[in-house]
Design a protein around this ligand. Structure first.
Ligand code: C2O
Length: 480
């Protein structure tokens, strides 16, 4: 498309609100659809966009135009954020497909608003670029958000977004442990079961690193939200390629319609999860994906992979404080599991043998300070100074998001509401930890094992209420 067309599209977009002329609006839409139908287009890395590049200018123009629309228009910036506040699922398996669909519709609206038919939503890869992109700072910049608590020089911590943690998250074989747990509703009343992609880098960037709007369910008010989620979406795409056939085939998931979004005509729409599994079907890919669509592989019956058994320890009610870990013994474990654990312990880290996943589920109360990360260990050494992420005992780091929001769709008696709102359940893959411990001769059997948690403050702002975290329980499961 040439410049002239771009300008016309842009004028149509802004003109519509004033004139309300849907005829003009529809003709603009056809252009976009034609382009979409032809190719799978690439969402760029924001780090690759030069300051005055057409793609970055298009993003700015799109965001600016959406912010200028009256709040009666469905494309208005705040109304788009409200979709998230009203509907976003967190802590369950609809997290990934819902946010993929949300971005899909947003990208079309922002493209039209930008007047650039070539517009593609960029992604922010915080692993390789741990500072919030420079193009998102500065006065009179539509990409700026003044509620952010980080600075242009703040760097996201490697513990939560670094290459090592991302590699180990992508290597998780169990879908729930990777992408959050089973649910039958988008926002079920039961506690969240947050997987590691959501619970480690995703929550950290929202609730610990950026905060302000990003720390709340109105987070899409900050333009960086969209690029943050494009990166989460890209990592889901990588996981699928790296773990073929590991995605669930449950009709509860495949036939579920996530929503509710606005399409370009302003109609409220939902989208089936089955139509969201492959991003090529949606007309886009990321630079790290091949040009040609790849098969996502056959889906898995996760029920057949149901936990071999579990050992649970609940009602612990122990408190861990900054630099003061809480250690709890693993209870008597069923014999049926010993073989599976022995196999894991006996398998070298570098071996290609396919192992079951040892999932460690941790139940916590959300902390008073959103900048609290919780490190989880198995058989940690007694010396506090050795409780570091480099220890063979280290399992993973948990982060929190959405500290104080009251769901607008939550009704009913407030005591139940409070209990539910304060509980946070996280799923961690402990398979490699067992292998590392065994290699260092620090693991005998799970019966003799202990679990430790320690909260750490991650902020670069010292407003700090000291980190303190309540452990309610934990659970081990073996998943085939
Ligand atoms: Cu629904 Cu990262 O937020």
């Amino acid at each position: 498309m040439n410049k002239v067309t771009n300008n016309i599209n842009r004028r149509n977009f802004l003109g519509l609100t004033i004139a309300g002329s849907s005829a003009v609006f529809l003709s603009a839409r056809v252009n976009v659809r034609d382009v979409l139908a032809q190719t799978v287009r690439v969402r760029p890395n924001i780090a690759d966009l030069l300051p005055n590049s057409p793609q970055l200018n298009a993003l700015k123009a799109g965001v600016e135009a959406m912010k200028k629309l009256p709040d009666t228009d469905f494309r208005n910036w705040t109304r788009q954020a409200k979709i998230h506040d009203d509907f976003c699922p967190h802590g369950n398996w609809f997290f990934l497909p819902w946010h993929r669909a949300y971005l899909y519709y947003f990208e079309q609206i922002c493209r039209q608003a930008s007047g650039s038919p070539d517009f593609m939503l960029p992604y922010w890869d915080w692993t390789t670029s741990p500072r919030l992109p420079a193009s998102f700072w500065g006065e009179d910049n539509p990409l700026m958000n003044t509620t952010r608590q980080n600075t242009p020089n703040s760097e996201a911590r490697a513990e939560n977004v670094g290459q090592n943690v991302i590699n180990s998250i992508l290597a998780i074989k169990d879908f729930y442990t990777f992408g959050s747990g089973f649910a039958t509703e988008q926002r079920p009343p039961q506690p969240r079961r947050t997987g590691q992609l959501e619970g480690t880098p995703h929550n950290y960037i929202h609730g610990s690193f950026i905060r302000g709007n990003m720390g709340s369910f109105m987070s899409p008010l900050d333009p960086i939200f969209w690029l943050h989620h494009a990166n989460i979406d890209r990592l889901w795409g990588r996981w699928i390629r790296q773990n073929p056939g590991r995605m669930p085939n449950d009709p509860v998931w495949l036939d579920f319609e996530v929503g509710t979004f606005f399409d370009l005509q302003g109609s409220q729409v939902k989208k089936k999860v089955s139509a969201l599994l492959d991003n090529y079907d949606l007309g886009y890919r990321y630079p790290d994906q091949p040009e040609k669509a790849f098969k996502i592989g056959k889906l898995t019956n996760l029920k057949e992979n149901a936990p071999l058994g579990l050992f649970v320890k609940s009602n612990i009610n122990g408190i861990a404080r900054t630099d003061e870990s809480l250690t709890v013994d693993v209870p008597e474990t069923p014999e049926t599991l010993d073989k599976a654990i022995e196999k894991i312990a006996a398998t070298d880290l570098k071996s290609n043998a396919s192992l079951p996943t040892l999932r460690l589920t941790v139940e916590l109360d959300k902390p008073g300070n959103s900048q609290t990360s919780v490190r989880v260990f198995i058989n940690a050494p007694d010396t506090e100074s050795e409780l570091s992420v480099d220890s063979p005992s280290y399992v993973g780091t948990i982060n929190f998001f959405e500290m104080s929001h009251n769901h607008s769709d939550m009704t009913g008696d407030s005591s139940t509401m409070n209990t539910t709102a304060d509980e946070r359940t996280f799923l961690l893959d402990a398979t490699k930890t067992i292998q590392k411990l065994s290699k260092s001769k620090l693991f005998g059997s799970l019966q003799d094992a202990k679990v430790s948690i320690v909260p750490v403050l991650t902020g670069d702002v010292s407003d700090a209420t000291p980190a303190q975290i309540n452990l309610n329980g934990f659970q081990f499961e073996i998943i085939k």
